[in-house]
Design a protein. Structure first.
Length: 188
């Protein structure tokens, strides 16, 4: 149970970071349009309205948080066999990430009031979000698999192993996390 909570927490942190990227871009655009509007020349942009900019920023953060939570939930309940298989885990997370990033398309459509540019960019970003989610699935799932089997590799290059005092890590290598009590380990 504790590992599932840790996976959900890692997923949420990933999602908030992923959502912060479009939210930051929208915030910068919103601020630039607001500052240029002070010159007295209207830009005819929907981001001129504070409510539209707020929807874009908060909506992007909400979509990112939802993406991270659902990714964490999928990895928390997935069978261990699927978690151990990088292609299966990556494919599942790609589908989750690409599907849930459709929420960003909705946010951009609402905030830009049907503007084509932001919506097209959000649609083009869907496979990118899926690929990034798939790539990060390894580190999100690491809390559940434990023992250095995934991204954590707590014993990588440190000489730590199943038997105290064995192993010859160099500090820069990445050990395999396996070995016997009588053998030594080294990183590539």
């Amino acid at each position: 149970m504790r590992a599932s909570v840790a996976v959900m927490r890692r997923g949420l942190l990933f999602g908030l970071r992923a959502g912060a990227i479009p939210a930051g871009i929208c915030a910068v655009l919103w601020a630039a349009i607001a500052l240029s509007g002070l010159s007295g020349e209207p830009l005819e942009s929907s981001f001129e309205k504070p409510s539209a900019g707020l929807v874009a920023v908060l909506g992007s953060l909400a979509v990112g948080a939802a993406l991270g939570l659902v990714t964490g939930a999928v990895l928390a309940v997935a069978p261990p066999r699927m978690l151990g298989s990088a292609p299966a885990r990556g494919l599942a997370c790609f589908v989750v990430g690409a599907t849930l990033s459709a929420g960003e398309v909705v946010v951009m459509d609402v905030s830009s009031q049907g503007g084509y540019g932001p919506v097209v960019l959000a649609v083009l970003a869907m496979p990118v979000v899926g690929a990034v989610t798939a790539a990060r699935s390894r580190s999100i799932a690491a809390a559940r698999l434990g023992d250095g089997a995934v991204a954590g590799r707590a014993d990588a290059g440190t000489g730590a192993g199943p038997c105290p005092g064995t192993g010859t890590g160099t500090g820069t290598g990445t050990g395999t996390g396996t070995g016997s009590c009588s053998g030594s380990r080294s990183g590539p």
